[in-house]
Structures are given as structure tokens and as C-alpha cells.
Design a protein around this ligand. Structure first.
Ligand code: AMP
Ligand code: ZN
Length: 473
């Protein structure tokens, strides 16, 4: 597989440290609010990457952290504590907030067919590991105490700006923007490993440490959680593009200073989902969630298809119109799969399958080109020489990577199409009753009938051509 590696700024052959095995780390969510669909774009594409590696035969171990220690609203070491902000907003404890939004995150993942990583580690579980690593960094001269906090000394490194081709000075200005200078830092890019001087009087989560009561910096959590579960050599580290600097840069700095050798070989960054009015951000408070998509009648897997239709290294613009296009494509796709009959016209034919599998794999191997992989799926549906049983076998195989629920949704559609005629008659009768009630301005009865239909799983739509109905998916 060829993957774009942010570290070398080029597409490279993916060669794991140990043949056949992949250690994969994912920066997990900050659990002070619901994940927005931008966050979930990143997790969808990482899920496809993991599944593609498994599909190609790798034994993958994937680890994700849950950021439940307050990390700051600004990516620099300043701003308000995000967890505390969530707790205040909802009048709950920080741990309640963390538990609630961690569960909500995995619920969203389930709806989007995102597999749960093999290991999920809350950052608050790892305090003794942070202390051990920070102690060693101080002993080795890579970290220093100043004003009560422990800082990583970036001047002890040969190279710091690993992800950027930009001028170092340009970046430094970007980091400083809107952020007051921390007078304790020896170098402008030094970052906090352990805070004891909280900016918040009521900092909720604090632990004892050799440097005083306090809490860890954000970056140290990912380094320690990764090293604990995946060892000294990490193959693949993933995150959204905004994590590259300073978060991943600082992870590399401290991990390699601690280990004394190269730590992670491949860095996979997913670019952002934006709205037509700009970036989607949790901290702005207004954002789109999976629940909102569902409320508006979209199957969450429509959003998954929407993400797969474009490459992970391009920014993606969300609009309802774009999502409607994805819905039309998804419904057509499901209808085509539903029309296949695996019991008619012969058994699975491995020889006809081979070139289609190759085409699909080539798409994945080309820096995870998911839109080409979907084209390979359409090629199967169009293939004249292939029987339905073979098509269904290929679709099932491809969907292990794509995760579009193709067979499940097609089965549900077939079932729906088989709804007995009497069922339809009953629905039509109720709709006619409701129309009559509305005409008579008896809105109470009309609403009651609407509710009754809703309970039967019937969605009705008042259009210029009259009432249309469908069964809820
Ligand atoms: P957070 O919960 O804020 O730590 O973010 C979770 C993940 O979502 C991280 O990998 C971020 O890089 C990623 N992310 C944040 N905003 C976006 C966005 N608008 N589009 C895609 N990914 C994002
Ligand atoms: Zn991280």
C-alpha cells in the first residue's frame, strides 16, 4: 500500500516495523461535547484505513486515547480548560461529562459503522506513566522546571518542525497569535509536560506529582498511551490535519527524546470538513451532529458515503445539497444491490472475481483512494459477465472496507418492498382519513392519525401532488 506520509511529505510504500503486523494509534476525541460530523470525517477515514489494512491481510492493533483531562481551548498552552467549560455549561462534574460524551461518541461511531479500536484508554488512567516519562525527560536534560510547571526544552532537538515545509519563524508567529507569551518558557515553542500553576482556580482534576499537585499537558498523553500499548516502535499515527502542529510535532519531540530513537514512521492526516461558511469547530458551540442528520431523516451511512466519495487529503465542503446528492447515490446503490438474487443463475465464480478485487485493492493502495474504490464497486454491479452470487460475494468483501452496510440495507429494502398489500391499504386508508380531518379543520384528529402512522413506521410528506408516504428505514 502506498500512503502519503506527512513526515516525508510524499507518498511512500507502507512497510511496518514487523512484517504482517501494524501498530496504529489514533488521537481520540476530547469528550466535553458531542463529536461534530467534521471530527467524524476523520474517524471514518481512519476506520477505512484500518479496515483496508486488515482486508489486505495485516494483523492490526489499534489504540485510541480519550482526552478526559482538561486540555486547553487553544492548541498552545493557553485558554480555557475544555472539560471544565463543558462541566460548567451543563452543571455536572468533569467525570460525568467525560463519561456521557465518551458514550455518545461511540454511539455515533456505531451508527457510522466505525469499528471500536482494540484499546481505548482514557487519559486519566495513565498519570503514573506520565510522571515516569517526564521524570526521565528531566533527568536527560530535555525538560526543565519553571514557575511551578515542567516544560519540554525544544532547543535540545536537532529538528522540531517535522511536518512543515514552512519557514520556522512563520510558524512560530502563527502559534503565538492571540496568545500571551508564557514568561517561563526558555524557547518560544517549549510546551508544558506538567502543570501545577493552573490558570483556573477550580481546576477539577489534579494529581500528586514530584513537582507538586497538578495535571499533565495534552501532548504527553498520546505519547505515553501509545508507548504503553504499542511499544517503542509505532507504525502509523493518525489524526485530523489540525493535530499535526503543535500536537503531533510535540508528541514526536518528547517520544523520541525519551526513547532515543525514531518513534513513528508513518503519519496519516485527514483534512477538514468545512461548511460553506467556514471551519466546523466544537469550541464555537454550533455544529452538526449525527443525531441532527438522523432527525432530518438521513441514514448516517449516507454521510459515510459522502465522506468516501472524496479523498481524505482534500478539504471537504458540507452542504445539505451535497448530502442530498449522496443520499440519491446511496439509495440507488442499495436498490441495485437489493435487485441481485444470489440464489439464481449459478454459484460464486472465483476467476471472474479476481480482476475486480485487484481493481479495488489498487484503489486502496493508491493512498486510500476511496472514490476509486467505490467506482470499483459500481464496476461489479455493471459487470455483464458475472452472475449475481459472485457479485454479492464481491460486494460483501468490498464492504468490509467501505462499511456502507450494503447487504443489510439491501435486505431491509427487499423486506420493505415485500410489505403485504393489505398493509399498504391500511396506510392509504389512514392517510385519507387524515386528509378528511384536515379538510374539516379537525387538526387534533389529523395529528393523532399522523402519530399513529409514525408508530407504524410510516413517514408522510405533504407535497404539491398530494400526500406521499414511505416506510421508515
Ligand atoms: P477533538 O475532539 O477536538 O480533539 O477532535 C477529534 C478529531 O477530529 C481530531 O483528530 C481532530 O484533528 C479532528 N477534527 C477536528 N475538526 C475537524 C474538522 N473540521 N474536520 C475533520 N476533522 C476534524
Ligand atoms: Zn494525540
Amino acid at each position: 500500500m502506498k500512503l502519503y506520509n506527512s513526515l516525508s511529505h510524499s507518498k511512500e510504500d507502507f512497510v511496518p516495523h514487523e512484517p504482517g503486523r501494524v501498530s496504529m494509534y489514533t488521537c481520540g476525541p476530547t469528550v466535553y461535547h458531542f463529536a461534530h460530523i467534521g471530527n467524524l470525517r476523520t474517524y471514518i477515514m481512519e476506520d477505512v484505513l484500518e479496515k483496508a489494512l486488515r482486508w489486505e491481510g495485516y494483523d492490526v492493533k489499534r489504540v485510541m486515547n480519550i482526552t478526559d483531562v482538561g486540555h486547553l481551548v487553544s492548541d498552545a498552552d493557553t485558554g480555557e480548560d475544555k472539560m471544565l467549560k463543558g462541566a460548567r455549561r451543563e452543571n455536572k462534574t468533569v467525570m460525568d461529562i467525560a463519561r456521557f460524551y465518551t458514550n455518545a461518541f461511540f454511539e455515533d461511531c456505531k451508527k457510522l459503522n466505525i469499528k471500536r479500536p482494540d484499546v481505548v484508554e482514557p487519559a486519566t488512567n495513565m498519570i503514573s506513566e506520565y510522571i515516569q516519562v517526564i521524570t526521565k525527560l528531566i533527568e536527560a536534560g530535555h525538560a526543565y522546571l519553571a514557575g511551578g510547571n515542567v516544560y519540554f526544552d525544544t532547543s535540545t532537538l536537532k529538528k522540531y518542525y517535522v511536518f512543515n515545509d514552512h519557514d520556522e519563524e512563520d510558524l512560530a508567529v502563527g502559534v503565538r497569535e492571540g496568545v500571551e507569551e508564557d514568561q517561563n518558557k526558555r524557547n518560544k515553542n517549549d510546551f508544558v509536560l506538567w502543570f501545577t500553576k493552573s490558570k483556573f482556580e477550580d481546576q477539577a482534576l489534579k494529581w500528586d506529582s514530584p513537582w507538586g499537585v497538578g495535571y499533565p499537558g495534552w501532548h504527553i498523553e498520546c505519547s505515553c498511551i501509545s508507548m504503553k500499548h504499542l511499544g517503542e516502535y509505532l507504525d502509523l499515527h493518525c489524526g485530523g490535519i489540525d493535530n499535526a502542529f503543535p500536537h503531533h510535532t510535540n508528541e514526536i519531540a518528547q517520544s523520541e527524546a525519551y526513547l532515543g530513537h525514531e518513534w513513528c514512521k508513518y503519519w496519516f492526516h485527514v483534512h477538514h470538513l468545512n461548511t460553506t461558511s467556514g471551519k466546523m469547530a466544537k469550541s464555537k458551540g454550533e455544529f452538526l451532529t449525527v443525531s441532527l442528520l438522523e432527525e432530518k431523516g438521513y441514514d448516517p451511512l449516507i454521510y459515510r458515503l459522502f465522506c468516501l466519495q472524496s479523498h481524505y487529503r482534500n478539504n471537504l465542503v458540507f452542504s445539505w445539497e451535497n448530502l442530498d446528492n449522496a443520499r440519491a447515490a446511496y439509495e440507488k446503490l442499495i436498490a441495485r444491490v437489493a435487485s441481485l438474487d444470489g440464489t439464481a443463475g449459478g454459484s460464486i465464480d472465483g476467476d471472474t472475481m479476481a480482476p475486480y478485487k485487484t481493481r479495488f485493492q489498487e484503489a486502496l493502495d493508491n493512498d486510500l483512494n476511496t472514490s476509486l474504490a467505490i467506482t470499483a464497486l459500481y464496476d461489479v454491479l455493471k459487470a455483464g459477465e458475472m452472475n449475481d452470487a459472485t457479485k454479492l460475494a464481491l460486494i460483501e468483501s468490498f464492504d468490509m472496507v467501505l462499511g456502507l452496510g450494503l447487504l443489510d440495507r439491501a435486505a431491509a429494502l427487499r423486506e420493505k418492498q415485500a410489505t403485504p398489500a393489505e398493509g399498504a391499504e391500511e396506510i392509504e386508508r389512514l392517510i385519507a382519513q387524515r386528509q378528511a380531518a384536515r379538510k374539516a379543520k379537525d387538526f387534533k384528529t389529523a395529528d393523532a392519525i399522523r402519530d399513529q402512522l409514525k408508530e407504524m413506521g410510516v413517514v408522510i410528506e405533504d407535497t404539491a401532488q398530494g400526500v406521499k408516504w414511505s416506510l421508515q428505514k
